[in-house]
Design a protein around this ligand. Structure first.
Ligand code: GLN
Length: 500
């Protein structure tokens, strides 16, 4: 690993703006590394050296002309392959979209281009972001740089493995039930899901529109804050996007102070069902926060017991509707059966061949849950649970400023271990789902290695809606608990991929 590829995005941005290292040099270093190591991790589904370097060259030219504007000017980035890009195919991890090149850039992609951040490539994901391991990607699983026989989390395992393996200094993820935070925990990275609507979803291939949110995957809290500041903001193309009123996340990180902080520990997410080493890391974080002066308060969220069940009705219901547009007429794949097929035959054959098993499972489940006669019993009840979860959280936030949970029940599991057991796979999301159902921000920060397997653990910090700054402030406090006086992480580093 070169000094460039092991540096944080904040450091790289400083090197570029002070003209010590060019964007072309930095982008080249990452391209060299990813071309060599992507065959090991399968983090990227697509990259194109010439295109990335042309963007880097333009960034260097702007710097020379004095027209650079963004704090991350010239820093390259990886983008999850469910965001549309006009200069690269967008597959959402599905065969049904193979080879499709969109006609427009997602708003987030446009903002990255306007910030002159060269795009390194498109990262792997579970098909249409359905999954927790990338094993449902039609293009094969990504591998965890800590142990290539293990999953890097999902759905955004391409982005998390690229960050942990230093195949990109920054990455974009999307989080519908945990797909930014869970992969971050599995790989010892930082992953933030902003408040619903803080980042425009225009050009994100929708999974469940009322839950989806785009956010940063990085190696540090400051890098995530810098990236959120670039991608957030109101967008007239997304009617659910919030007005520009969340402030600067970078400023919040700088203001981090534990004095007077009330930290809530959710009773329902702090005991049963967590791997002992993960639980030990969580308890250690809480003890360290208390020792640093935070007040620790136990809070109750009884309705969390039903969160996974409610999510796996609401998500398939919305997904079955969102995925109806993949019908062979408008995008990607078309399969024409022999004989004299009708349009319905073509659609059915295309969807049969183009969608993988998890996508089909959810389309069938969602269609059933929305069907007349069952709607109230399933979808209606799930929406009521959603309201109860929001009420539990609102009450908890009157007692505490932020809520902490372990991000995931276990460390990274083996590829193949859960892929044939949908329920086991769904339970990975038990701690991350409530934030999506309530629209609140959540971030996962590394908090040590589990003693039984030496793999990374993550702690999740939840804040009230629109208080992303508060979330980053506390994330930075937590990160400092695991950082020495010279700013180096006290958590052992990922083994170098080149040696694996
Ligand atoms: N693992 C969750 C699911 O399968 C999360 C997905 C996501 O956040 N995109 O639905």
């Amino acid at each position: 690993m070169t000094e460039i590829t092991s540096s944080s995005a904040a450091v790289l941005a400083g090197l570029i703006s002070s003209k010590q290292v060019s964007s072309v040099e930095i982008t080249t270093a990452f391209l060299d590394r990813l071309e060599k190591l992507n065959p090991k991790t399968n983090s990227y589904l697509y990259f194109n050296r010439e295109n990335s370097l042309a963007q880097a060259k333009k960034a260097d030219q702007q710097l020379a002309d004095g027209t650079a504007v963004s704090p991350l000017h010239g820093v390259p980035i990886a983008v999850k392959d469910n965001l549309t890009t006009t200069d690269a195919p967008t597959t959402a991890g599905s065969k049904i979209l193979e080879g499709w090149v969109p006609q427009y850039d997602a708003t987030v992609v446009r903002k990255l281009r306007e910030a002159s951040m060269p795009i390194l490539g498109k990262t792997n994901l579970d098909e249409f972001a359905m999954g927790s391991s990338t094993e449902f990607s039609a293009y094969g699983p990504s591998k965890n740089p800590w142990d290539l026989t293990r999953i890097p989390g999902g759905s955004g395992g391409g982005s998390s493995s690229a960050i942990a393996g230093h195949l990109a200094p920054l990455a974009i993820g999307s989080d519908t039930g945990g797909s930014i935070r869970f992969p971050a925990a599995m790989t010892g990275s930082v992953g933030a899901k902003p408040t619903y609507g803080a980042v425009s979803r225009y050009g994100l291939i929708a999974l469940a529109s009322s839950l989806d949110q785009i956010g940063p995957v990085t190696n540090s809290v400051m890098d995530a804050a810098m990236l959120q500041d670039v991608i957030a903001g109101h967008d007239p193309h997304d009617s659910t996007s919030l007005p520009d009123s969340l402030g600067s996340m970078v400023q919040s990180v700088k203001e981090a102070d534990v004095k007077g902080l009330r930290v809530g520990v959710i009773r329902q997410l702090s005991s049963d069902g967590f791997q002992p080493g993960v639980k030990a890391c969580f308890d250690d974080t809480i003890e360290k926060l208390a020792a640093a002066g935070a007040e620790i308060i136990e809070v109750d969220c009884p309705s969390f017991e039903y969160a996974v069940a409610a999510y796996y009705l609401i998500l398939p219901a919305e997904a079955s509707s969102n995925l109806a547009k993949f019908d062979s007429v408008r995008f990607g794949l078309r399969v024409t059966p022999e004989g004299n097929p009708t349009i319905e035959d073509v659609m059915a054959a295309t969807r049969e061949q183009g969608f993988g098993p998890e996508v089909k499972r959810r389309i069938i489940l969602g269609t059933y849950a929305l069907s007349s006669g069952y709607y109230d019993a399933y979808y209606g009840s799930a929406q009521k649970v959603r309201t109860l979860i929001q009420q539990d959280l609102a009450k908890a936030f009157t007692q505490a400023d932020v809520l902490l949970t372990p991000t995931a029940p276990t460390t990274a599991f083996k590829i193949g271990e859960k892929v044939d057991d949908p329920l086991a796979m769904y339970l990975n999301d038990v701690a991350t789902i409530p934030a999506n159902l309530a629209g609140i921000p959540g971030i996962s920060v590394p908090n040590g290695l589990a003693s039984e397997d030496g793999l990374p653990s993550g702690v999740q910090i939840l804040a009230p809606a629109m208080q992303d700054g508060q979330m980053y402030r506390v994330a930075s406090i937590v990160e400092k608990l695991y950082t020495d006086q010279w700013g180096a992480s006290l958590i052992a580093r990922v083994p170098d991929l080149e040696a694996l």
